[in-house]
Design a protein around this ligand. Structure first.
Ligand code: MLZ
Length: 462
C-alpha cells in the first residue's frame, strides 16, 4: 500500500482478509450512522444486491447472503454458489446497491442469477423460494435511516470557539468551512490567507469533539481566549462570505453534570493525565486551575514552560484524566517527570517530596461502560496530532474505558490513548460512506514484537 492505494481508494476487504477479519462492529460507535440499527444486521441476512456476474446490458440484481461483517463492510455470497467462496464479494452496506428482499419486486427490477449459477441450477425460481423460507433481511428503512443520520447541525459559516492549535491553553474563534460526515474543517477568524487566497491555519474535529464549544463558552467558564486580530481580513474566503451565525449550546453534545461542591478538584492536586501533545503517554500531572462548569486546567509535571501556555483544559468527566495509581494498577507504563526513573518512581514518595495530595479518586470518570472493543480490531481513527487525517488503525489495548490505538504501518510512538466514546474513531467503511479521504497504512507492518529503528518523534501541537 502507499500512494497508489490513496489514489485508487483503499481496499478494506482485501486488507481485512490478510489481517484476520477482525473489525469493531458499528454498534461500538455511538456517534456514527446506523449505530442504533446495527443490532438488526448480522451474518446470515439475505439481501438483494447488484449482480456483477452477468453480460446483460441493464442493471440486474440477485439474492446474496451476508457471510462476514467488518464495520460497515459485508462479505456477500450470491445465492446458488452454496459452499463455493470463490465469488464472494465485499461491499459497503452504506454505499452499495444492496436492498431488503422484496425491493426488486416493488421497484420493478429484475432478479437474474449469475451466469455460473444459471448453468448448474436449472429451476432457479423454486430453488430461490426454498432458500428464502424463514430468511431475515435488511430493515426496510435501512437507507432512509442512513440518510437521516448523515444530517449535521453545523454548516458553512457557523462560528465556534475551538482550541488554538498554536497555543493549547486557549481557545480561538473559528468558522466552519467544510462538513464531512460530522467532521468540521474550521478556519480561525484571524488565521490569515496566503497570497493566492489559501487558508494558512485550519483545524479539523468532529462536531462532538470536547475541543469545540459554542461562542461565549470561554468567557462563561473562565477559559482564556485569543483576542481576534482584527487587522487580518478573511472576507475573501467563501466561509466568511456566508452570513456568519454564532453556534449555540444545543448544537453541542451535553456533558455529564458534575457537582463542584465541597469536594472538587483543587489547584495543586496530583493526577495522571494523557499528555495532550504525546497521546501515547500517560504522565504525572497537576491541576493548575479550576474553572467553572466542571472544567479544570491540567499541566504535565516537570515539563511545563511556566507561563501556563501549555496547560490543557479537561472536563472533570473526561477520560483523559485518571486518579493517582491508575497506570500501576492497570499495568500501563506511567511517564514520570524528567529526572525520575520510570522503574523506581513511586507516587507515595513523590507526593511527600512535593508536599502535595492526590486528587480524590471519586472525582474521576472511570465508570466501566462495557464498550465491546477488543484488541486486534481494525477501525478508522483520527490521528489527533494531525486531526485532518483519518487513518487505518488497530485497537492495541483496552483498559477500562481507554483504548490504545495503533496506526497501521506507523511506529508505535504514534500510538494514541483515546476514550472508547471519542467521536474521532469510526467503523471500517466510514470514510467511504461519508466521502472522507482515508489514509492507508504507509508500509508493511513491522514484524510483531520487534520494533523498527526510528528517530524519535518530535511532539508538535496537533
Ligand atoms: N507528516 C507526519 C505525518 C504523520 C501522520 C501519521 N498518522 C498516523 C509525519 O510523517 O510525521
Amino acid at each position: 500500500f502507499g500512494q497508489d492505494a490513496t489514489l485508487a481508494g483503499f481496499d478494506w476487504g482485501n486488507y481485512l482478509e490478510k489481517s484476520g477479519l477482525l473489525a469493531s462492529p458499528v454498534s461500538c460507535f455511538r456517534h456514527v450512522p446506523l449505530c442504533a440499527q446495527w443490532d438488526d444486521i448480522y451474518v446470515g441476512l439475505k439481501v438483494e444486491v447488484l449482480n456483477t456476474h452477468t453480460a446483460l446490458p441493464s442493471k440486474v440484481y440477485w439474492i446474496a447472503t451476508v457471510v462476514q461483517l467488518a464495520g460497515y463492510m459485508a462479505l456477500l455470497r450470491y445465492e446458488g454458489f452454496e459452499d463455493d467462496d470463490s465469488h464472494d464479494l465485499w461491499c459497503n452496506l452504506g454505499t452499495a446497491d444492496v436492498h431488503p428482499i422484496g425491493w426488486c419486486a416493488v421497484n420493478s427490477k429484475l432478479l437474474v442469477p449469475p451466469q455460473e449459477v444459471h448453468q448448474h441450477i436449472k429451476d432457479w425460481k423454486s430453488y430461490l423460494m426454498e432458500r428464502l423460507v424463514g430468511a431475515h433481511t435488511l430493515p426496510v428503512d435501512f437507507h432512509v435511516k442512513m440518510a437521516d443520520s448523515l444530517r449535521c447541525p453545523f454548516r458553512q459559516g457557523v462560528r465556534v470557539e475551538v482550541v488554538d492549535r498554536s497555543q493549547v491553553s486557549r481557545t480561538r474563534l473559528a468558522v466552519v468551512d467544510t462538513v464531512i460526515g460530522g467532521r468540521l474543517r474550521l478556519l480561525y477568524e484571524d488565521g490569515g490567507l496566503g497570497p493566492s487566497g489559501e487558508v494558512l491555519s485550519d483545524f479539523w474535529c468532529h462536531m462532538q469533539s470536547p475541543l469545540l464549544h459554542p461562542v461565549g463558552w470561554s468567557e462563561r467558564v473562565g477559559h482564556s481566549i485569543k483576542q481576534t486580530d482584527t487587522s487580518v481580513n478573511m472576507s475573501s474566503h467563501p466561509a466568511f462570505r456566508k452570513v456568519l451565525q454564532n453556534s449555540v449550546q444545543d448544537q453541542f453534545k451535553k456533558l455529564r453534570t458534575v457537582y463542584m461542591g465541597d469536594t472538587f478538584f483543587e489547584e495543586g492536586m496530583k493526577l495522571e493525565a494523557i499528555d495532550p501533545l504525546n497521546l501515547g503517554n500517560i504522565c504525572v500531572a497537576s491541576v493548575r486551575k479550576v474553572l467553572l462548569d466542571g472544567y479544570i486546567m491540567v499541566g504535565i509535571d516537570g515539563v511545563e514552560i511556566g507561563d501556563g501556555s501549555d496547560w490543557f483544559c479537561y472536563h472533570a468527566s473526561s477520560h483523559a484524566i485518571l486518579p493517582v495509581g491508575y497506570c500501576k494498577s492497570n499495568n500501563i507504563p506511567l511517564t514520570p517527570p524528567p529526572g525520575y526513573d520510570r522503574a523506581t518512581f513511586t507516587w507515595t514518595e513523590y507526593l511527600e517530596e512535593t508536599g502535595t495530595v492526590a486528587a480524590p479518586r471519586r472525582l474521576f470518570n472511570t465508570d466501566d461502560v462495557g464498550h465491546g472493543f477488543t484488541s486486534g480490531m481494525k477501525l478508522e481513527a483520527v490521528d489527533l496530532m494531525e486531526p485532518r487525517l483519518v487513518c487505518v488503525a488497530t485497537v492495541r489495548r483496552c483498559v477500562g474505558r481507554l483504548l490504545l490505538l495503533h496506526f497501521d504501518g506507523w511506529e508505535p510512538e504514534f500510538d494514541q490513548w483515546v476514550d472508547c466514546q471519542t467521536p474521532e474513531i469510526y467503523p471500517v467503511g466510514w470514510c467511504e460512506i461519508t466521502g472522507y479521504q482515508l489514509q492507508p497504512p504507509i508500509g508493511p507492518e513491522p514484524p510483531q514484537g520487534q520494533e523498527r529503528l526510528h528517530t524519535s518523534k518530535k511532539a508538535k501541537p496537533f
